[in-house]
Design a protein. Structure first.
Length: 249
């Protein structure tokens, strides 16, 4: 009986979602619940699920992806088979297929490849045991040995602006990825990444910096990622040349 009831509730939610957001729904099985959908030109593809979230205009949530307790800013895209929870995605940023993101703040203009894993939680390495049975108040096995959390499992991860993350990258909880940095495919990032650094490996290490220090300061002073769309359109030529060998102007 409970299975049939759940199926009925799901069906009703699909119908309600279609009636409310039919202009944005581009497939079957889309469910949108307790969310604020703003602006125009949003696209929700088949079997996507949005719960307790805020979606701005010109946003795409692709098939079989879920968004829970999160914010997708304007001009953002979430790929196929993604899970995005307790997180924010800045304008003009996209996340590719099969990524799982939790408890993460992502800046503007980020390009994130498929298979990103972040927000899975950490375990204490200096406790007698790494098992959550001893430090977590959650009843992992039907009971808990403590009534309060003795260890922070899910520290917030911060990804800056204009960050490029390659395929199948794993980020440890709580790290900060600096503006303009590049994370090579397959990297396991366990420490903060400086602005404009290129890192790779397991664990990830700095390979080099994208620009010399004076050029990095020049870019940081420009702070272009905070400019409005009109400024970006007017100054698009600045982004279409090699600035390592010429001034930004």
């Amino acid at each position: 009986m409970s299975i049939l009831l759940n199926v009925l509730k799901r069906f009703i939610l699909i119908i309600v979602s279609y009636v409310r957001y039919y202009k944005s729904i581009k497939g079957t099985g889309v469910r949108i619940k307790k969310s604020q959908i703003d602006g125009n030109n949003n696209i929700f593809n088949s079997n996507s699920f949005v719960l307790a979230s805020k979606i701005y205009g010109n946003t795409t949530v692709n098939s079989n992806s879920i968004v829970i307790n999160s914010t997708l800013s304007e001009f953002t895209k979430l790929g196929v088979n993604c899970a995005f929870a307790n997180s924010t995605l800045g304008e003009f940023s996209y996340i590719n297929d099969s990524s799982n993101v939790n408890n993460t703040k992502i800046g503007r203009f980020c390009s994130i490849g498929p298979g990103l894993k972040v927000g899975y939680g950490a375990h204490p390495v200096n406790f007698l045991s790494t098992s959550p049975l001893f430090y977590s108040s959650k009843p992992w096995f039907g009971f808990a040995l403590t009534n309060k959390d003795e260890y922070e499992e899910h520290a917030t991860t911060v990804i800056g602006n204009d960050v490029w993350i390659g395929a199948n990258v794993f980020l440890m909880d709580g790290v900060t990825i600096g503006n303009g940095s590049i994370i090579a495919a397959g990297a396991v990032v366990t420490k903060d990444v400086p602005d404009y650094a290129i890192v790779g490996g397991v664990p990830a290490k700095i390979i080099k910096y994208r620009f010399v220090s004076d050029k990095i300061k020049e870019i940081q002073n420009l702070n272009w990622w905070d400019k409005d769309l009109e400024w970006l359109k007017k100054n698009a030529h600045l982004f279409q040349k090699d600035i390592s060998i010429s001034p930004i102007k």
